[in-house]
Design a protein around this ligand. Structure first.
Ligand SMILES: Nc1ncnc2c1ncn2[C@@H]1O[C@H](COP(=O)(O)OP(=O)(O)OP(=O)(O)O)[C@@H](O)[C@H]1O
Length: 567
């Protein structure tokens, strides 16, 4: 019960809000009684003093109700905002613990909608629950009781009308609920499309795809409009339906009340009070129906929030820390599958301390998948991976990831400065460590020009692709890792800078894995792993592979032909 956990720290505020709302409702219930007295004793008996007295009573009731409403509003806002904050924090923590599988399964756009839209919906629901859920039934029951106190026979009309209203509300709600769920999922699609279009705006323009993208977006929002309109049309039936039923009740009260006034068993003031109570029931039912609507939307939102909170990483953390070992990495008959299909099959190799390993293969050969297994972004489906002689699963995540400097294929920087980004690797790094990392990653020249404290925008969009790559490499080096993984991280560098980078990397005291599609980037490596369709088809030095690995020969040949044509 996540909602209980989120509301618990604010339960007293919620209870106080609830209490004041009930007091306000009590004041409201007294109003028709006071009006009845004005009519029966003040107006009918021509007693101005009585009218004045009751006017003061009504004024007092209004002021009392107003004060209670303000106090309730304050506490309702406090508890609902607090509830939302805790829920967002819980979701954020859960998402931070996700493994890559979880992230692949959920997808970023829906996570964003859930942590913003859905939690907002639930926040509103909490405020409304405090302010309206208790008040409406209280007013409905209170009005019924008051009606019985005035006249039992007329009160029976209330007993017939109320279930009719309740039924009409139920019917409409049960038909709108599925539509609201559908709207939420279309909203996810809209957010996903928006994200894709905003991040890919240059590609869209370069390929002149604006019209197609516009149409795709139009189709989705048309679908949303249609569903929203359909749900809105059904929901709009609610007010007319309930008003017609209640007015039917008022006609009956006037008819029966008129007969009773003539017979002298009911006063005019009491009939007015009964009509006021009937109107109060209508108003409360109307409010209540809106609360139910909010609950329907809220239950869909809650389900989506719970899905986020219930998703847990299947990767279980170990307890061990690394020790000294000459063997750094061992893959022992490792296979790995995504939900969509197999990416690696029966991969075995050993990497010794301070070796440089090149990993090469065509697009989709499994290079990224292979290196993603080392920091345990994913777990191997079968087979075992050992780091420094111990199974990877036996390590604490922190100890394991502390060993590794990972430079992903897409270079991502965070909002802040160059320095703050570099310190991600090691917050205690000195200026000297940073300088060294910048030198190795070939970023020193341009950083010297703009300074270490130059601003970096979100995603690092204010620096060029090549500069971004160099800074992500520097960030990994600042960490002083024992294993450095560069996943196609030099693709945006020119050949000369790439060569300088490789030479500088050699000076580091690390075991380096370089993933690349360029032979020149890995030819110097101590060992090259050649992948094809997720299988290792060759392991050895450049010269050995040139002799015995046909796939490697083909790659080398295709690239030298490419170079030749370029010349
Ligand atoms: N997150 C994912 N979910 C499902 N399948 C994936 C995922 N990532 C990769 N794959 C699939 O796994 C296979 C291997 O992909 P991988 O990214 O490891 O190849 P790669 O050699 O790094 O390719 P590239 O050089 O293009 O980056 C491919 O068939 C790819 O479609």
């Amino acid at each position: 019960m996540y909602w209980k956990k989120c509301i618990k720290p604010y339960r007293w505020q919620a209870i106080i809000g609830f209490f004041f709302k009930m007091t306000e409702a009590l004041f409201e219930l007294c109003v028709p009684m006071a009006v009845a007295r004005v009519i029966d004793y003040g107006v009918a008996k021509n007693d101005p003093q009585m009218i004045m007295k009751m006017a003061w009573v009504l004024f007092g009731l209004a002021i009392g109700g107003y004060c209670c409403a303000i106090v309730c509003q304050y506490f309702a806002s406090l508890s609902s905002q607090g509830f939302g904050t805790i829920m967002r924090r819980e979701m954020f923590n859960a998402i931070n613990d996700y493994d890559y599988d979880n992230l692949d399964e959920m997808g970023t756009p829906t996570l964003i909608t859930r942590i913003t839209n859905d939690v907002n919906q639930l926040q509103d629901l909490v405020a409304m629950t405090i302010r309206l859920v208790s008040r409406s039934p209280f007013l409905i029951i209170g009005s019924l009781v008051a009606a019985f106190m005035i006249n039992v026979q007329i009160a029976l009309i209330f007993l017939i009308i109320s279930p009719m209203i309740a039924f009409s509300i139920y019917w409409i709600m049960s038909h709108t609920q599925p539509l609201y769920r559908k709207i939420q999922s279309i909203l996810d699609e809209v957010s996903s499309l928006t994200r894709e279009n905003l991040s890919g705006v240059r590609v869209i323009r370069a390929f002149n795809k604006q019209k197609e993208e516009y149409q795709r977006f139009e189709e989705t929002i048309d679908r949303q409009t249609y569903t929203q309109r359909h749900a809105g049309n059904l929901a709009a039936l609610l007010n007319p339906a309930t008003t017609v039923i209640v007015n039917l009740g008022i006609i009956l009260i006037l008819y029966v009340g008129g007969i009773k006034i003539n017979a002298g068993s009911l006063t005019q003031g009491e009939v007015i009070a009964l009509i006021n109570y009937m109107n109060q029931i209508l108003l409360s039912m109307y409010v209540f129906s809106n609360v139910i609507l909010l609950y329907i939307k809220g239950s869909a939102s809650y389900k989506r929030v719970v899905e986020v909170l219930d998703m847990h990483s299947s990767i279980i953390e170990g307890h061990e820390s690394p020790t000294q070992n000459e063997e750094m990495i061992r893959f022992d008959h490792v296979s790995f599958s995504y939900k969509e299909g197999q990416a690696l099959s029966d991969v075995s190799f050993v990497v010794n301390k301070n070796e440089t390993i090149g990993i090469i293969g065509g697009t989709g050969a499994g290079k990224t998948s292979l290196v993603s297994l080392i920091p345990r972004f994913y777990d191997a489906t079968t087979g075992k991976i050992y780091i420094k002689g111990k199974p990877i699963s036996s390590y604490k995540f922190k100890s394991l990831r502390q060993l590794i400097g990972y430079v992903p294929q897409s270079a991502v920087l965070f909002k802040g400065s160059i320095r703050s980004n570099l310190l991600w690797g090691n917050k205690k790094a000195s200026n000297k460590d940073i300088e060294k990392a910048l030198e190795v990653s070939q970023a020193k020249e341009f950083v010297d020009k703009i300074g270490l404290d130059a601003t970096i925008e979100a995603y690092g969009k204010n620096v060029s692709g090549g500069q971004r790559q160099r800074l992500t490499i520097a960030r990994a080096i600042v960490k002083n890792p024992e294993i450095l993984i560069l996943d196609d991280s030099a693709s945006a560098l020119d050949f000369a800078t790439d060569a300088k980078l490789r030479k500088a990397l050699k000076t580091l005291d690390t075991t380096t894995l370089i993933v690349s599609q360029r032979v020149s980037s890995i030819a110097h490596a101590d060992k090259i792993i050649v992948l094809r369709h997720g299988e290792i088809v060759g392991i050895g030095t450049h010269d050995q592979l040139l002799k015995d690995c046909q796939v490697y020969q083909e790659i080398v040949q295709s690239q030298s032909e490419g170079d030749h044509h370029e010349k």
